[in-house]
Design a protein around this ligand. Structure first.
Ligand code: THU
Length: 134
């Protein structure tokens, strides 16, 4: 799977964002090792704390469909859907990634409509607490 294509899918998913409170639209596209792709967007709530990020929407969609082996996630976001530099995953989403993914899991963060930065989970969440500790 072409990384640029996965970023385009995240940008498409961003358009479905339900974010009337923050105005930040975020989309994610999660590539499973078997080639399946799950997309997600952030979904906010008037009570604020029930809100969920785009990355977790995509991951939870996948897990609820029986997929747990993930290779890459692309994330795109910005105020009013304008991608102006990186919009990297929040700490909670990084922790959820660490539940299912190894250190070499790839995280692509769109920096523009056609550009992205590439990280590993180890880079974004070093010394992660995960299932191995339980
Ligand atoms: N958001 C995400 O969807 N992913 C992240 O990793 C960072 C934050 C969402 C949550 C909220 O709806 C909005 O962006 C502003 O924080």
């Amino acid at each position: 799977m072409d990384y640029k294509k996965l970023c385009e899918m995240a940008i498409d998913a961003m358009k479905k964002s339900y974010s009337p409170y923050s105005g930040y639209k975020v989309g994610a596209a999660l590539l499973c090792k078997n080639g399946k792709i799950f997309t997600g967007c952030n979904i906010e709530n008037a009570a604020y704390s029930p809100s969920v990020c785009a990355e977790r929407t995509a991951i939870f969609k996948a897990v609820s469909e029986g997929e747990k082996d993930f290779a890459v996630i692309a994330v795109a976001g910005g105020k009013d859907g304008e991608i102006q530099g990186a919009f990297p995953p929040c700490g909670v989403c990084r922790q959820v990634m660490a539940e299912f993914c190894k250190e070499d899991f790839v995280i692509l963060v769109a920096t523009g409509e056609e550009s992205f930065k590439e990280y590993t989970l180890k880079e974004l969440l070093p010394e992660a607490f995960g299932p191995a500790y339980i």
